[in-house]
Design a binder for this molecule. Structure first.
Ligand code: SF4
Length: 391
């Protein structure tokens, strides 16, 4: 009879074995051991000490009918299958932006000012705050002459002009893939196109990108909004997208745009970035195999929220949590499998802490599923190198 399959513990009518070593567990002779392993039903103390609410196994008090004190009222104990998505977490743009603030702190010391959150993650931002970094949403809140870092989401030309007027020393940590969209907007506008920006109008990235050509851009967030668009000339229209959109939402909106404006011009290359696409594809591939999808990320992280939505599109329960402390045990009650992933701005140590809890509390057995290897790397921005030389 199997007592604890994950730990290969078996019993016969007179012995307990562990496989593959076939070592006999000394529960028959040793009184101290017997006392130590006497436990409430449902907790395996032979080896793992795990709790299983609906099945009973383990070692109880010895008696005449049960000289070794063994019992097993159920023969199957289920472990929780944990599929860890790869790629997940930090993308190249976030890595670079975080490294920039780190480097600025090392080179110049606090105080350092960052326009907007450097990346949309509470832990990253709180960590920098504790080291003397101030995050501001308005340039006029930053003392004249200070050092300001622009976040990974980019800024509009107006913000740059305000910084110069205040004589701020600028370090630009905008992700190059966001800059690429800015450059597309500038080019389309110069060529006389009116541009439709597909994205979330209040997101920092949208505000920065739209600011490149505010008189030539219209923003749409949904296919329904496409119907309401009033355009100057349907034959002189182009579109770009936010880098962190849901691929399926973007497809729907772009489909609606193409239907209404057949001559609309697309950007030369997809604007939704590699990291967003890869993390969403991983959810599409893995979510159907599990009961629940857990996404580590902050509530204001666009790409993290899109991962939750993607899981829900697959018909799976999904939760966005800043860290392991936000995981509620009841979400996993009666569940047998869970997928773990993280948005592009979530540090991996938060994922590891979640895995530790899934293993310790839910008897998780973790397997990593790699869908694609990422090797994108962005060098430190020129503005930082220049400042480092000038001092
Ligand atoms: S999610 Fe994409 S666009 Fe945003 S910082 Fe990361 S790589 Fe850049």
């Amino acid at each position: 009879m199997t007592i604890c399959p994950p730990h290969n513990i078996f019993m016969t009518s007179d012995k307990v074995f562990t496989m593959p070593s076939m070592k006999i567990i000394p529960t028959d002779k040793d009184d101290r051991m017997r006392q130590r392993v006497f436990i409430a039903p449902g907790r395996c103390r032979v080896k793992c000490g795990r709790q299983n609410a609906d099945e009973k196994h383990g070692i109880g008090l010895a008696n005449a009918r049960n000289p070794f004190g063994l019992y097993a009222s159920a023969t199957t104990i289920r472990s929780m299958r944990v599929i860890l998505a790869n790629p997940r977490g930090f993308c190249a743009g976030v890595n670079m932006a975080v490294d920039v603030v780190d480097e600025v702190l090392k080179l110049f010391g606090a105080p350092v000012y960052v326009y907007h959150e450097i990346v949309h993650n509470k832990h990253v931002v709180d960590g920098f705050r504790s080291r003397g970094v101030t995050f501001d949403d308005a340039i006029d809140e930053i003392p004249p002459g200070s050092l300001v870092v622009y976040s990974a989401h980019g800024v509009s030309p107006t913000v740059r002009a305000e910084s110069r007027a205040r004589k701020l020393r600028e370090v630009d940590a905008t992700c190059p893939l966001v800059t690429k969209v800015h450059l597309e907007v500038i080019r389309f506008a110069k060529q006389g196109y009116q541009i439709v920006f597909v994205g979330h109008r209040n997101h920092d990235e949208a505000v920065g990108t739209v600011g490149e050509a505010p008189d030539s851009i219209l923003v749409v967030e949904t296919p329904e909004e496409v119907d309401q668009l009033l355009v100057r000339d349907p034959d002189k229209l182009a579109f770009v997208t936010q880098t962190t959109l849901s691929v399926s939402d973007a497809d729907r909106i772009i489909g609606a745009l193409r239907l209404r404006f057949p001559n609309i011009k697309a950007p030369p290359k997809d604007d939704i970035c590699y990291a967003t696409t890869n993390r969403q594809n991983a959810v599409t591939a893995i979510a159907p195999e599990v009961d629940v999808v857990l996404v580590i990320g902050s509530i204001n992280s666009s790409n993290s929220k899109r991962l939750v939505e993607r899981a829900e599109e697959q018909g799976r329960e999904s939760y966005l949590i800043d860290d392991v402390s936000h995981l509620k045990s009841e979400w996993l009650a009666g569940k047998q499998s869970v997928m773990v992933t993280a948005g592009a701005s979530a540090p991996d140590h938060l994922v590891q802490a979640l895995l530790d809890r899934l293993v310790g509390e839910f008897d998780g057995i973790v397997e990593t599923r790699t869908l694609v290897e990422e090797d994108v790397y962005f060098d430190m921005p020129k503005s930082l190198k220049k400042l480092a030389i000038v001092g």
